[in-house]
Design a protein around this ligand. Structure first.
Ligand SMILES: [Zn+2]
Ligand SMILES: [Zn+2]
Ligand SMILES: [Zn+2]
Length: 159
C-alpha cells in the first residue's frame, strides 16, 4: 500500500497518452525502495506517488513544491534522499541541463524510452523498443534512448 494518499496528489495529466504510473508499478517501486533500506514513512510513500504522477521532469525544488501543493509534509532533505535512492535503484533518470540545473524523471520498472518536451517538460514513455543491437562482439548490458524536442501540445500552441 505505497500509494496511500495518492488521491490527494496531483492527478497524472490525463491527455496525451500515459502520464503517471500504474498503481501496481508504484507498489513494485515502493518494494524496491524498502529492499534498498529506505524507511517508507507515509509522507515518503505519498512523495513517491506525487513524483510518479507528475508526468514531467522536475528539479528537486519543483518536486518539493509539487509535494507541498499536494499536501505532502515532506521536507527538502526527504525529497533529495528519495531522489538519490530512486536513482541508485534505476527508478529515476537524471538529466543535467545546460544551465547546470539537474532534472529528474521518474522511471517505472520495465524497459522503455522517453520523449521529453524541452518547452513544457512533459515526459512520455515509449514502451516499444526499436533499438538495433550493435555489431557483434560487444556485450550490451543496457541502453538508454531519450528523445528531446517539442511535444504535440506545444507545437499546436505555437501555430
Ligand atoms: Zn522512464
Ligand atoms: Zn510540451
Ligand atoms: Zn530500448
Amino acid at each position: 500500500m505505497c500509494y496511500a494518499g495518492v488521491t490527494r496528489a496531483r492527478p497524472a495529466r490525463a491527455a496525451g497518452g500515459r502520464g503517471g504510473v500504474a498503481l501496481q508499478d508504484l507498489d513494485l517501486v515502493c518494494g524496491r525502495l524498502h529492499d534498498a533500506g529506505l524507511r517508507l514513512t507515509g509522507p515518503r510513500r505519498r512523495l513517491v506517488a506525487v513524483f510518479a504522477g507528475l508526468g514531467h521532469w522536475c528539479t528537486p525544488a519543483e518536486l518539493y513544491a509539487a509535494a507541498r501543493a499536494a499536501g505532502v509534509p515532506a521536507g527538502r532533505a526527504t525529497v533529495y534522499r528519495l531522489l538519490e535512492v530512486l536513482v541508485e535503484q534505476g527508478l529515476c533518470r537524471v538529466f543535467a541541463q545546460r544551465d547546470r540545473s539537474v532534472r529528474y524523471v521518474f522511471c517505472g520498472p520495465g524497459h522503455h524510452h522517453h520523449m521529453i518536451c524541452e518547452d513544457c517538460g512533459r515526459v512520455t514513455e515509449i514502451a516499444e523498443c526499436a533499438v538495433e543491437p550493435p555489431p557483434a562482439g560487444f556485450a550490451v548490458r543496457e541502453h538508454a534512448v531519450d528523445f528531446f524536442g517539442q511535444c504535440d501540445r506545444c507545437q499546436a500552441a505555437k501555430t
